[in-house]
Write a protein that binds this ligand. Structure first.
Ligand code: CAA
Ligand code: NAD
Length: 283
């Protein structure tokens, strides 16, 4: 299955990173978001990353321009009428994703694969709103996309072997390492990572230690590249809360209960780096 043009839905930190690595692999990209402002912010992130590669002598200025040239921006989902695949990276919310997949099913060509970069939501449930559940699949990249090697690939109940193979091959083409994971809430990555982050938030909430000290313990004590609270701010506290809610709802176990302090920060609009404030300030 040849993938000549891929649509990426959402130009946030994940969508822009995915668009970048797809364009770097020589594939044309249609990057879609709700407003021009979101699209331009996503494109400047990509430009910034590529500029750094040029400065470091890893890429020529000509290559950078060719990559940027492969990325087309649009606010109109209907522009996806000629794509071979979609990778959806909008917010981590089932209703939003179901609406997007319903529209994609109407708009995109029959052969197009519909993938989601969801962090935790059931692929089978998203696939069920389409008339092509055999072409719906999870393709879960890690943040920051241009740097992190892992891609979790998650089959829905009806995903075909052909579609799985095409997504597996794409991951290799993007210089990533694919790992197949079953369709369970949070897959493997966030089922393991997010309870640790939530527990770190509980230690702050219960006054066990300050955010700086919790992070220091995990960085110096466990050799993590970022402390869990720094990482939560990096991921986005809204995304962390959505993932914890999916785990809590999906498994029904109290150990997945989102920390009230996480809820409070999200309600305050303190979503981490992307809003300038979370457990830390980013002025
Ligand atoms: N975008 C693109 N490139 C970035 C970047 C970004 N946001 N941040 C850093 N980089 C690049 C840097 O340019 C640098 O590249 P070069 O070596 O080519 O120059 C490289 O990454 C290392 O960066 P730094 O030296 O500045 O900093 P660092 O050594 O501290 O590494 C990091 C930065 C790679 C982000 C590292 O801190 C790290 O690995 N953090 C943990 C990331 C992580 O756990 N990600 C998974 C989150 S969970 C998830 O994604 C799943 C989910 O569903 C929520
Ligand atoms: P983000 O908040 O940075 O970006 C989301 C983007 O989606 C925004 O630009 C927003 O305008 C856009 N959007 C929202 N609704 C839309 C719609 N209906 N149509 C088109 N665009 C829409 O979020 P993010 O961190 O990039 O996360 C995106 C997805 O990737 C989520 O499902 C998240 O769980 C998943 N994910 C996140 C991370 C992470 O570390 N942040 C890692 C892996 C996967």
């Amino acid at each position: 299955m040849e993938l000549k043009k891929i649509m990426v839905i959402g130009a946030g930190q994940m969508g822009s990173g995915i668009a970048q690595v797809v364009a770097q692999a020589g594939i044309n990209v249609l990057l879609q978001d709700l407003t021009d402002d979101f699209l331009n912010r996503g494109l400047s992130r990509i430009r910034h990353n590529l500029d750094r590669q040029v400065q470091k002598g890893r890429m020529s200025a000509g290559e950078k321009e060719a990559i940027l040239h492969r990325i087309e921006l649009t606010t109109d989902v209907a522009a996806g009428k000629d794509v071979d695949m979609v990778i959806e990276a909008a917010v981590e919310n089932m209703e939003v994703k179901k609406n997007i997949f319903t529209r994609l099913d109407d708009i995109t060509p029959e052969h197009a694969i519909l993938a989601t970069n969801t962090s935790s939501l059931p692929i089978t449930e998203i696939a069920a709103v389409t008339k092509r559940p055999e072409k719906v699949i999870g393709m879960h990249f890690m943040n920051p996309v241009p740097v992190m090697k892992l891609v979790e690939i998650i089959r829905g109940l009806a995903t075909s072997d052909e579609v799985y193979q095409a997504v597996y091959d794409l991951a290799l083409k993007l210089d990533k390492t694919p790992v197949e994971v079953n369709d369970f809430p949070g897959f493997v990555s966030n089922r393991v990572l997010m309870p640790m982050i939530n527990e770190a938030i509980y230690t702050v909430y219960e006054g066990v230690a300050s955010p700086e000290d919790v992070d220091q313990v995990m960085k110096l004590g466990m050799n993590h590249p970022m402390g869990p609270l720094e990482l939560a701010d990096f991921i986005g506290l809204d995304t962390c809360l959505y993932i914890m809610e999916t785990l809590h709802e999906g498994f029904g176990d109290d150990k997945y209960r989102p920390c009230p302090l996480l809820r409070k920060y999200v309600k305050a609009g303190w979503l981490g780096r992307k809003t300038g404030r979370g457990f830390y300030r980013y002025d």
